[in-house]
Design a protein around this ligand. Sequence first.
Ligand code: PRX
Length: 652
Amino acid sequence: MAETRKWVEPDPKRENWFWPTDELRERAWAADPKIYEEAAADPLAFWAKRAEEISWFRRWDKVYEEEPYAFRWFLGGKLNLSYNSLDRHVEAGRGDKVALIWEPEPPDEPNRILTYKELLAEVSRLANALKSLGVKKGDRVGIYLPMIPEAIVAMQAVVRIGAVHSVVFSAFSAEALRDRMLDCEAKVLITADGYYRRGKLVSLKPNADKGIAGTKVEKVIVVRRAGNEVPWNEGRDIWYHEITKDQPAECPPEEMDAEDLAFILYTSGTTGKPKGVMHTTGGYAVQAYTTCKWDFNLHEDDVHWCTADVGWITGHTYINYGPLMNGVTTVVYEGSPDYPDYGRMWATIQKHKVTVYYTAPTAIRMHVKWGEDWPKKYDLSSLRVLGTVGEPINEEAWLWYFKHIGGERCPIIDTWWQTETGATCVEALPGIGPFIPTVAGRPFPGIRAKILDAGGQPVPPGEGGYLVLEPPFPPSLLRGLWGDPEKYKATYFGEYGPRYYFTRDGARMDEVGNIRITGRVDDVMNVAGHRLATAEVEDALTQHPLVSEVAVVSRPDEVKGEVPIAFALLKAGAQPSDELKRELIKTVDQHIGPTARPAEIYFVEDLPKTRSGKIMRRVLKALVRGEPVGDVTTLRNPESVDHLKELVGYEG
Ligand code: PRX
């Protein structure tokens, strides 16, 4: 890469640019940057080549087809996700390889270890059990399970018979479960008695019962995990171990069309009703397989640990389908990162000789707070590649992760993607780099992205705008929203029309194509007649050297229509002051202009966040507007809301 080219930010001196080590380059699936140009010249050929690496019952006739608001990959191809995850490894003689290591939360409980052969048998038994309950191709099956091997078994069993899973995060409320089960009209639910979290037994079954009341769920399969007493509905509820016990350990995989629906996953939706994101079989399989292999440089000896929950897309793609399709060992951890102490994650890496560790910036920031003495106690030398996902990572957390976890040897692959994209789309590749804190990287080979302004014109390198994806659309991009084609069009193609998938993220790109994501732009304000995204103001404020994180929401204003209100979290050691407020206003003036000046800046100690680390702007908005704050139980830190109420003088 030419050293002369201009990089606009965040680090013009490139003090913090990192490059792959020789060892990484040697092992890499992609080590030559030419791959980007090659793939860009013929993305269909690039993806077709990748598709050849997975197993098809019937080869596709046509790679890609598109019409306004609809596109299809690998037309006429037939395959099965579960066959690709399991059977093909067993058939290749790798049946005794460890597929899954389960780390239960109680430290003295033994691990459960399943080889590919054992996992295939278990999946087949459950698949046959589902068939015995009348589940057929296309039927929806709800999965409301904690982080236990059966969560993976359940997803695999459902897709094996051509049914469609909809996984609901086990810490979601009964109401959240009900909304989703009602919307997708699930026929069967797979759940568990309970699980362990922070040393406590959490009972799940009563929630499941409440969640399916009034839905079309006819049968409930219950996994015995924790052994706690559960309410029982005779005739409806069936123990997992009983229904699977006498089932044959073979179940032929359904031959799915590449465009057959594989699963529905509801997004955490910050407003209104959750949206059922639909993923189909072929494109999803190919992109999940390829990105998992290339992003993390997967080889035969890799032990892959993604710390997400199976309730999120990250868990679907990078705990289950991605690693298993690649035939590596995937680690599933049941519990909390601070149990029995702050060293749990590092102890687990040491114990299972984990080579790939993939987690969220929020989690890293928590570890930063707990201190580097914890990882220092453990041998982390097995690690080769680190990953992050889900939100922009700040430089401090990035550097800490790089130094204290990766031993300055492991690249950090900052992967940008969404529930909707199904698999990663923007990231630096481990054999190519560069790895730059706060910068995700280039679009994955074969994926086209642009940054547009509000009017749909591409912005010059280095300038902020809106991230869009261009045709051919990524193979694993969503094909629709369950039961709501109009919302699908409006949400993703409303702003820029059918030629661009709108990610609803703000971003900037350098001349080579490295992308820095600045955050969601869903909250658009109209300030004195100017269209302005709250994320743009946030972007400006975070450029001040003392600001660590910031959230901006709008408040109605008699004169200007709306005005931005900022909540700023300062870096360690920085002191709030009126002088600093004035400086921040100046920063906004500089980056956007006086119209974007926040009417108020609050210095806060914590921002309300979802469990996946996203700031809940809805809560902040309600606070500044004096409106009801609503349900905050799904927050990671509900206590932050009380503090904020005091700060803003909330009287709602
Ligand atoms: O705003 C982007 C942010 O997370 C959003 C997608 O959220 P979700 O569908 O819950 O999926 C999260 C896991 C894939 C995006 O629109 N996001 C995701 N990854 C990154 C990110 N923001 C910055 N950097 C990332 N690496």
